[in-house]
Design a protein around this ligand. Sequence first.
Ligand SMILES: Cc1ncc(COP(=O)(O)O)c(C=O)c1O
Length: 403
Amino acid sequence: MIEQLRKDFPLLQTHIDEQPLCYFDSAATTQKPQCVIDAVNKFYRQDNANVHRGAHTLSAAATTQYESVRNKLAQFLNVSQREIVWTKGATESLNLIAYGLSEKLNQNDVILISPLEHHANIVPWQQVAHRTGAKLELLPVSKQGILDLEASKTLISAKKPKILSICHASNALGNIHDIAALIQVAKQFDTITVIDGAQSLLHLRPDLSAMGCDFFVFSAHKALGPTGLGGLFGRYELLNSMPVYQTGGEMIERVSFSGTTFREAPGKFEPGTPNISGVIGFGAALDYLDAIDANTLAHHEASLYHYLVNALKKIDGISIWGDTERNIGVVSFTYKNEHHFDIATFLNTYGVAVRSGHHCTQPLMDHLSLQGTVRISLAFYNSYQDVDILIDALKNTIDMLEE
Ligand SMILES: Cc1ncc(COP(=O)(O)O)c(C=O)c1O
């Protein structure tokens, strides 16, 4: 089945310097299936018009298509469509939420995040803390980079934070967090919970109603969709109670020089012409995912991940960071004192695409006393053959580096 699915991804059929591409950078962005490429193409060739504005046929059809994807996503996440806001991506979503919630913060209120966060889930809170006098504090994480769940629950109870913002899965290490357990504790103290789902949307397909979070952010491009699009879920009353983030056309009810009134959420957070083709392309990605059994993909990803980890563990000198028990399929490793960039560059000469560096998690790298790691990130379209090629390439790379 995976062999069949791989054929849906044109770029996976490609070669890098005459070597078949082995793409292991899906945590940065996933490859796109043909149906997503076709949907974007079809929109511009046959349906292009601006949404929400025109009485004409094309505009009405574009609006229907565009809004139907909001509905599709709401169903995918098991929430209401009025709770979905489109943004440029997870980064913009987190900025919007941090800005929106800043009004609720007072001096010395606690914002709790984890040391595992992507910069996008650190810096907006840092800025807000700076402006409001709130304190940014950290959940406990082991020297290996694993969140201590029990100690985290105790800390939440002790600190009673105003906001808890944490990733569902770490982009740097792949660790999956028991979000439901953390939310359950946070709810006892009316803590507002924000979940960075940039890495979990594709791999874990979360049911947000079951999870019980107040906010959840994502990027479409990390779940087979186009770049430049993402969004957020916000619990409606909370979402609607937040101030507008950016202003302009579309998000208003009435503008006059004596004042302006805004639409209800989600409209009030969507100023200007949206990323219509991106939304429509993402709709095709959601249809594609809906048509495949999620358990089959999860099972393939998990066994591929263990196959990879076992092979890496057999190579002397490799250290794997993070939680290898509960993981979305990301392996972050270092090899002795060799520079991560050198390893990734050598691997590239074998057609193996991995990422190296701090993965936008510099505080985590500091916590682990590392400069950076080599990151292999899997998706369901990776094969065992990809992993075999990677392991051979890595062994050759190590031989070269040791010469
Ligand atoms: C966990 C996590 N949060 C946030 C982001 C930011 O996403 P984007 O760059 O698509 O806005 C990323 C991107 O790598 C991520 O992995």
